[in-house]
Design a protein around this ligand. Structure first.
Ligand SMILES: Cc1cc2nc3c(=O)[nH]c(=O)nc-3n(C[C@H](O)[C@H](O)[C@H](O)COP(=O)(O)OP(=O)(O)OC[C@H]3O[C@@H](n4cnc5c(N)ncnc54)[C@H](O)[C@@H]3O)c2cc1C
Length: 490
């Protein structure tokens, strides 16, 4: 009896799905934010196989005049550089797929090869200066070997343990790319991270995780610290998963999009053609029971069946009616200063600028006012483009000590990524019982281009599955109670 009841339910469900055309789904989806989260959501919503999404109408709202959010470019003396996100890992399969689909070329990342670790008074460690371009392949090979030996001499086999730690992360992260049928749809970040065994890393600090993984104190306080300061502007007491992502972002296998990483967001939006509202900031979202009413700063109102927040809510001022409750989170501000000019070797106690490594990383000490300085481009003798990361704004007097020549200076204050503090708490992807979604809750696990895309894909699947479910709920007459069913069956 129970079996025939179940079969009838399934049959009704199937009939309802087949008989309800796509247009019977609630169709208007409003997305706030045109960064990689919002643009890839638009892509994933329209690329859910076997689901009738063709008639979904999508609007994307962007308060700025350009799409891309934290992948924006910056113009330094006529040249464009990535102002925010600059590196993409070689195993970031969504970003790779997007670039291929959009016909975008990959460039080597702007990470510099020659690293020096500065403690405020001297370089505690330097890798070898790269050989001249004209060197033979054999010479370059021996040079690379010597570089590895130098690293091994200072940090020993802890380096291998660090690599194992990153490989384990990647092995788990890659499960997010399994075929949709093999992957659940998640309503919370906790469920999502528990599914591939990454949740525990968000509950402890990176330092605790690395000590348990057998890394030496020296490696943690030097090389690992340099990496977390560069990639997240934070120390090794940041939470473990974001810290592990930072370490993955220091691998050799990195790339960026030729012409700028923002081209991913632009390309995805051009491909999927949502209605794009540039220069339009959403100020309030009110739940009107059968739709959401969005109001914007240019006095317009929009009725949306589904609303998706594709931006961190920590520093944006959107009024929710009724209010939504989120765990508190603060954003780490990273001050990014771009300079066309020349570093001053005297600042580093050196006599020649040629002795300053291309990437100067720094230790966790109050004596150092910046996290890193790196060369972005060499124009010629004495003429370089640099990028500096710092936790506070660098004033002119400090820059005048750091640089002997400064032709162009551009400062950006980014609310860059969450300030990671284990144990992390997560807002749900679904902020109410209806159709209000939040992609950037996932940033509390780790913030990067790829995690935004991974979270957006899950939210797209969640939206579609919940829309289908509510369509079924509306279309199916309630099933007979078991007594009635028994009676009919008899
Ligand atoms: C300095 C820096 C370096 C980084 N380095 C890397 C890196 O090397 N590699 C990497 O993968 N990641 C890096 N990241 C992180 C990466 O940039 C982000 O994780 C990712 O770009 C987030 O994308 P998103 O779409 O989720 O959010 P965002 O890119 O922030 O997009 C949100 C968009 O929403 C818009 N918006 C906000 N409020 C409203 C509103 N009320 N109405 C309308 N529009 C609104 C914003 O203007 C913005 O365009 C870096 C970030 C920074 C800042």
């Amino acid at each position: 009896m129970a079996t025939s009841h179940l079969l009838l339910s399934l049959l009704l469900l199937l009939l309802s799905l087949l008989s309800s055309p796509a247009t019977s789904l609630p169709t208007s989806i409003c997305v706030i934010g045109s960064g990689i989260a919002g643009s890839s959501l638009s892509f994933f919503l329209q690329n859910q196989t076997a689901i009738p999404t063709a008639n979904l109408s999508i609007r994307v709202f962007e308060r700025r005049g350009q799409v891309g959010g934290r992948t924006a470019p910056v113009n330094i003396s006529g040249d464009l550089f990535n102002a925010g996100a600059s590196i993409i890992h070689g195993q970031n399969l969504h970003a790779i797929r997007f670039a291929e689909l959009l016909g975008l070329d990959r460039a080597d990342s702007d990470g510099a090869d020659w690293l020096g670790i500065w403690d405020g008074s001297g370089f505690v460690f330097k890798t070898l200066k790269p050989p001249p371009e004209s060197s033979s392949a054999t010479y370059k090979w021996w040079h690379d070997i010597a570089d590895v030996l130098l690293l091994l001499k200072r940090y020993g086999f802890s380096l291998y343990r660090m690599q194992r730690f990153v490989i384990k992360l990647l092995e788990k992260f890659i499960l997010f790319y399994k075929e949709p049928e093999e992957r659940p749809i998640f309503e919370t970040v906790e469920e999502m991270l528990k599914w591939n065994d990454l949740y525990a890393l968000t509950q402890r600090t990176l330092e605790q995780e690395l000590i348990d993984a057998g890394l030496s104190a020296r490696l943690i306080s030097e090389l690992v610290t340099v990496i977390t300061r560069i990639n997240y502007g934070q120390s090794v007491v940041m939470s473990g998963l974001a810290g592990a992502v930072a370490l993955a972002g220091s691998n050799a296998n990195l790339w960026s999009v030729k012409g700028g990483n923002w081209l991913l967001a632009r390309g995805l939006l051009e491909l999927t053609k949502p209605t794009l509202h540039l220069h339009e900031k959403i100020e309030s979202i009110s739940d009107k029971d059968d739709h959401y009413l969005l109001t914007s700063d240019i006095g317009k109102e929009y009725e949306c069946d589904v609303t998706v927040i594709a931006t961190p809510l920590d520093e944006v001022n959107i009024t929710f009616v009724p209010p939504v409750s989120l765990p508190s989170r603060r954003m780490q501000h990273t001050y990014t200063t771009f300079i066309r000019g020349l570093l001053n070797p005297k600042y580093f106690g050196l006599s020649s600028v040629e002795d300053i490594p291309d990437l100067v990383g720094t230790l966790e000490t109050p004596d150092v006012p910046f996290s890193s300085v790196s060369i972005l481009k060499k124009y010629g003798e004495g003429d370089f483009a640099y990028k500096i990361f710092s936790r506070a704004e660098l004033d002119d007097s400090l820059l005048d000590q750091l640089f002997s020549v400064r032709k162009d200076t551009v400062r950006i204050d980014w609310p860059a990524y969450p300030h990671y503090k284990a144990p992390e708490k997560f807002a749900p992807f679904l902020l109410d019982q209806r159709h209000l979604y939040y992609i950037n809750t996932f940033e509390s696990a780790a913030s990067c281009i790829e995690t935004s895309a991974v979270a957006a894909e899950n939210v797209a699947r969640l939206i579609i599955s919940r829309l289908l479910q509510s369509s079924v709920d509306q279309n199916i007459k309630p099933l007979p109670s078991s007594e009635e069913f028994l009676h009919t069956d008899l």
